[in-house]
Design a protein around this ligand. Sequence first.
Ligand SMILES: *Cc1c(COP(=O)(O)O)cnc(C)c1O
Length: 402
Amino acid sequence: MITAVLPTYARIDLEFERGEGCWLVTTDGRRFLDFTGGIAVNVLGHAHPYLAEALSEQAKKLWHTSNLFRIPGGERLAERLKAVTFADTMFFTNSGAEALECAIKMARKYQYVSGHPEKNRIITFEGAFHGRTLATIAAGGNAKYLEGFGPEMPGFDQVPFGDLDAVKAAITPQTGAILVEPVQGEGGVRVPPSGFLKGLRALCDDKGLLLVLDEVQSGVGRTGKLFAHEWVGITPDIMAVAKGIGGGFPMGACLATEDAAKGMTLGTHGSTYGGNPLAMAVGNAVLDIVLEDGFLDHVNAMSTRLLQRLAEIKDRHPAVVADVRGQGLLLGIKAHVPAGDLIAALREEGMLAPGASDNVVRLLPPLIVSEEDVGIAVEKIEAACRRIEEGLVAAPVKGAAE
Ligand SMILES: *Cc1c(COP(=O)(O)O)cnc(C)c1O
């Protein structure tokens, strides 16, 4: 008999009652070090007192009014994000996929109002993940996510990630934009070769295309900059953000330059919930902390420490760890054994981490992770490697690596 909740996830049989910073506590009192972080969402950890206060204060005043009225928290958050990014304007959503939908519509509309209605195709990349709506599964191009959901939404041309020549070759008179993750997350924590993003920016400028970045996973401090594209010194025309921006409250945003947004006039887009007062209260509170002096320095310091120790683990356990990669606290361990085995072994050691494509285990700790918790994580990863070498791993949950 079908479960009451649609069975689209192979859920791990753990029930959590509460969270404290980087730790999750089950209903039966077991503690887990949480390097899943709600899949790169809980940038400030669990039950952060400042976020809890912001949410409950707003909850006592006003939850929802719709976008038919002004929402002061949203105007404030937009002004603040505008001040620290390339963007002149933005649209608030409830999720990453919706932020991407807005970005895709905006890119098409830009070319349309620029006198190029034919430029409605977007170049995307193998291994990409942009969400699970009809447009975003087409953009992502993952056959597993597309199968059976045809007709596939047209308008996307996919090329290998990191291959600038392939992008050049794929540009046609119908191409209107390039959509890319600065670091692929679900695709296996893949950082593109240096010069790739700069090359895309130059190509877009040269050919009159819009550069659309998907920073849903890489944004809001995750890579050690507020947004990952800052590492390479470029700016996009449009950027989709979600996950970390709400710190666990469902929220996203599509940011854009004034020029890129020029087609998105009155009535061209909307959302009932997007940017509602609850979300905006939490979004502003997250930003308060992420923009504090030293916050990103901490992310980078913890990243360096973790990467050093992971490199040592790789040397000590070459049969388990094939590669360690990533940027900031968007890190991946490419495994020699099935990634699901390593995830199961970690769980037996009391640590949670999600999988990714390319046989990778992701490490996505809250950005507030302490030196002490990094130390504990390293011990648990080492113990998990030993567990695998000694053949002590229980059967992994099917699909846990996905
Ligand atoms: C998670 C993710 C999405 C989709 O976000 P949802 O909130 O699940 O819709 C899109 N792009 C990237 C890069 C992501 O990591």
